[in-house]
Design a protein around this ligand. Structure first.
Ligand SMILES: C[S@@+](CC[C@H](N)C(=O)[O-])C[C@H]1O[C@@H](n2cnc3c(N)ncnc32)[C@H](O)[C@@H]1O
Length: 340
């Protein structure tokens, strides 16, 4: 995630009437992020982003093809009016989520749900490329990008860019991509907010509390569980204490219910009658044993050689730790010894 072209982006946003009280640099983990250029108190404006710089990537009801093709259109258009913004998007090797994860990693999920999800994304994007979905789509590839050649990798990249960067505002119920704001990295309990898009033609990014000059500015992408965060954003959030079960390992997880940030699963620890606790402990042990006994699909690699491999192994370790923690907690309630 380079920062060479950041001045062009800032210049463009300011020329179009924006205000930016932040700078972009890499944080201690090497991740590009947004940092306070001055001290803020609650409700101070971190950035005022003019409407003319915001990319509208479709409605909540549109298919995945709309944000994907909107981003692809701007990537392919040499005269895009969003060029200073497009130039700051991560390059294909600097972005990862289910849209562009190589299928060789799919078995590393050790979860039927997530493995299917990654394979489904590839199949959707292939169907989009082949025109198999045209009759069901809001826009076809040709309608959006004309005669420029389009590859599966182009679609995977555009899909990953849009789905890791769009946001919605309370008033304007669209998927929108807002420069500067979208440089803020995730912190689960971050209090900074995005205005509803109801004051003038600006989207305001506002401090949720005091922020010291030079501190990294965060935004909460929601209550991301580790597995959900890897699938949708390609990173593991800060470790929680006590550890949180992965989304797919939670007692109420229903593979047929789409996940919604507004209705995120509860963090309240499971409780019930001794029979219910016994059943829950057995369910968790079952998952734990399946993960432990599933052989790795890829040969071991030294740490630091392959980002995706390391990420998937770290996710597996976190999953096992959170399962072990929860099994032990329930065993404590039942006054029995947890055998793992
Ligand atoms: C909206 S962008 C944030 C800005 C991004 N770092 C950039 O330079 O373009 C979302 C992406 O940033 C990265 N990211 C966000 N929060 C992160 C965090 N807490 N730790 C590591 N990477 C994070 C992930 O790659 C994610 O897909």
């Amino acid at each position: 995630q380079p920062i060479d072209d950041i001045n062009e982006l800032f210049k463009w946003v300011l020329e179009l009437g924006g205000e930016i009280n932040a700078v972009v640099r890499h944080n201690k983990d090497g991740v590009r992020g947004l940092f306070a250029a001055k001290a803020f108190v609650e409700n101070d404006v971190i950035a005022a982003i003019p409407a003319a710089t915001i990319l509208n990537t479709g409605s909540f009801n549109d298919s995945f093809a709309v944000p994907t093709l909107t981003v692809l259109r701007e990537l392919k258009d040499r005269n895009s009016r969003f060029k200073p913004y497009v130039d700051m998007w991560p390059k294909p090797d600097g972005i990862l989520n289910s849209c562009n994860m190589d299928l060789k990693y799919a078995p590393m999920w050790k979860s039927a749900y997530w493995e299917k999800s990654v394979r489904d994304w590839e199949n959707h994007l292939k169907a989009l490329l082949n025109g198999d979905l045209d009759a069901d789509l809001e826009y076809t590839i040709k309608e959006m990008v004309g005669n420029d050649p389009v590859t599966l990798d182009d679609l995977k990249y555009a899909c990953a860019i849009s789905s890791t960067r769009y946001v919605s505002s309370l008033r304007r119920r669209r998927l929108i991509m807002a420069p500067i704001f979208d440089m803020a990295n995730h912190v689960r309990n971050c209090t900074s907010t995005l205005s509803a898009y109801d004051r003038g033609n600006y989207l305001y990014f506002m401090a949720g509390q005091e922020i010291k000059a030079g501190d990294e500015i965060c935004y909460s992408y929601g209550s991301l569980r580790d597995d959900y965060s890897v699938a949708h954003y390609g990173f593991l959030p800060a470790l929680e204490d006590p550890p949180l079960l992965s989304l797919v390992d939670m007692p109420g997880f229903d593979p047929d219910m789409p996940y919604s940030h507004e209705d995120a699963p509860s963090d309240d620890p499971f409780d019930g009658t001794p029979e219910e606790l016994q059943a829950e402990m057995a369910r968790l042990k079952g998952i734990y044993n399946v993960i432990k006994s599933t052989p790795d699909a890829l040969p071991p690699k030294p740490k630091g050689e392959d980002y995706v491999y390391d990420l998937m192994k770290d996710l597996e370790e976190r999953r096992l730790n959170s399962l072990a923690y929860e099994i032990q907690r329930i065993a404590g309630l039942l006054n029995v010894k947890a055998e793992l």
